[in-house]
Write a protein that binds this ligand. Structure first.
Ligand code: RET
Length: 288
């Protein structure tokens, strides 16, 4: 009895080899998804020019998401960004037998940047107050970081981190499914419709991530190649396809409806300066 944390968790990281790791098939899958992410990034950049600069906020956010994912997938396709971790559940199945498994921590570096951006896309569509958005993003970061720490743990303690992550996810889902929906509907039925599409799509897909985690980093049930296909499919649906649905939904909704339109230099009177103490715009004296 007593505190046995040091004995139970002992050495976690093996030397830089892993028994259970991706093969060329897994790498091929990661390369294919790298290409999809990079292609949609270019597509979204090109499409952003169809909007005035003041109305590009959702383009900027969505471009950032697929750009970061392109780099993360490039890393995993190159068989980089992983650590060799002792397996809690050792299995006889040759696909997952051995004592150590490749855990791609770079996946979580991607998610810690991109999942807050996905939430921004959704919650800005709903016009939620910024403290609610910030708190939801904090819960999201708790979810991703506990997922990362749990993935790097060799003992049953990993499920403690997983549980914290699931609790945080519940809070995120609450904001998206309940608070956000009410705000979006109040802004008009067209905004309510975009919100419904993007939020239902997101919640459905996000529910599958803890399952993928449970059979990969958690339970060592599926091989790292299958893990590549599972997470890869989810990521393509949750990022590029989500982005297309979101930007298409926003095509007729000016950012000003959401309180997000910004001032652009082209909107100022010619030669105007912004030098009054209250930052108001002063037009230059007219010539006689
Ligand atoms: C983890 C494990 C801990 C418990 C939960 C998880 C959920 C992860 C989610 C990830 C979403 C990622 C996305 C990536 C975009 O491409 C961290 C797996 C609940 C929901 C959308």
């Amino acid at each position: 009895m007593g505190n046995s944390a040091i004995e139970v968790n002992g050495d976690t990281v093996d030397s830089y080899t892993a028994d259970v790791k991706i093969t060329t098939h897994g790498s091929d899958a990661y390369w294919a998804i790298t290409a999809v992410m990079a292609f949609t990034t270019i597509l979204f950049i090109a499409h952003s020019f169809t909007k005035p600069r003041t109305d590009r906020i959702f383009h900027y956010i969505t471009i950032s998401i697929t750009l970061v994912a392109s780099i993360a997938y490039f890393t995993m396709a190159s068989n980089l960004g992983w650590a060799s971790i002792f397996i809690e559940f050792q299995r006889d199945d040759p696909l997952v037998s051995g004592t150590t498994r490749e855990i791609f921590y770079v996946r979580y570096i991607d998610w810690v940047i991109t999942t807050p951006l996905l939430l921004l896309d959704i919650l800005l569509t709903a016009g939620l107050p910024w403290p609610t958005i910030l708190f939801t993003i904090l819960l999201d970061e708790v979810m991703i970081i506990t997922g990362l720490v749990g993935a790097l743990v060799k003992s049953s303690y990993k499920w403690g981190f997983f549980t914290f992550g699931c609790v945080a996810f519940f809070g995120v889902a609450w904001s998206v499914a309940w608070t956000g929906r009410k705000h979006a509907n109040a802004l008009g039925s067209d905004i309510g419709r975009v919100y419904l599409m993007t939020s239902v799509w997101t919640l459905f897909l996000w529910l599958l991530y803890p399952i993928a985690w449970g059979v990969s980093e958690g339970g060592n049930v599926i091989s790292p190649d299958s893990e590549a296909a599972f997470y890869g499919t989810l990521d393509v649906l949750a990022k590029p396809i989500f982005g297309i649905i979101l930007l298409w939904g926003h095509r007729n909704i000016p950012a000003s409806r959401l309180g997000l339109a910004l001032r652009d230099y082209a909107d100022l009177p010619r030669g105007a300066t912004v030098n009054k103490p209250d930052n108001s715009v002063v037009a230059p004296p007219q010539e006689a």
